[in-house]
Design a protein around this ligand. Sequence first.
Ligand code: PEP
Ligand code: MN
Length: 335
Amino acid sequence: MIVSIKKGTDENQVQNLVEWLESLNLEIHRSNGQYETILGLVGDTSHVDIDLIEGLNIVNRVARISEPYKKASRKFHPDDTVIDVCGNKIGGGNFQFIAGPCSVESTEQICSIAEDIKNAGANLLRGGAFKPRTSPYAFQGMRAEGLDLLKKAREITGAPIVTEIMDLSHLPLFEDVDVIQVGARNMQNFELLKELGKTDKPILLKRGLSATMEELLMSAEYIMAGGNSKVMLCERGIRTFEHYTRNTMDISAIAMLKEKTHLPVIADPSHAAGMARMVRPLALAAVAAGADGLMIEVHNDPARALCDGPQALRPEEFAKVVKEANAIREIMTKF
Ligand code: PEP
Ligand code: MN
């Protein structure tokens, strides 16, 4: 981190700042230029409040040189993290399809879709039991009963289950869930992230609607700082000025995150697109950009789905995307 001090600042004030920074266990390298004095801060600056320093009236500006996240950073952990979900590896060259309906609706629905996605090549079953809906009048999910139905579908197909937690107080209900999803709206629910950091469950952390990549990585850092390093990131589209699609799939985030972090990166083209016909092209683009997995919404009767029907693929459409995605992966590993 570099701190630029205003020209003509009283030496005592500079010294006070240097001493305070040293008390934070940082080494200070000072360089006195003609127009400004530069302080180079060496050490772990992740706990330094950049806004606090920038707010001092003797400071011109502060620039961060290294990332504020450490555990999630590839700099300190060059090798890809591989997460094992009941024998299904994700990351480090291992790719997984996570598929299923937006929400669990009935035994028949979830069990039938679970069979379909398994046959199509997905090893992990997704399905929301607790649903974050914009309208309080919309279907809120089957809640605890939905979790039981997911477990039933797992019993039948053997597919581990991925489902969203919305509130800290629900954590005991998620004990027997294989991957806990943190949705876009909860990406910065820091108390929830801290609690998940104390578990040893794999966490699928979705990018917030208007979160930067750095904010997403800082949220991952929250979970990791608590001791849980089994974090997968998920790009699910961000909110931009564009309205022809539900969100804008940030393909560049997939490639950039792979550079910045060792954590697996999953792409969710369903929520990015908001319409079924866009899911295939976005899914394939995400694979080509280096995603470690795809999470796709699949429904056996999209027209009657209680949530996100317009973006759901039918099982046969999903099966085709799996084949094409695998073909792209094959080409990518060939050259
Ligand atoms: C979901 O996966 O069903 C979901 C609600 O996603 P997001 O949090 O990305 O909107
Ligand atoms: Mn959905």
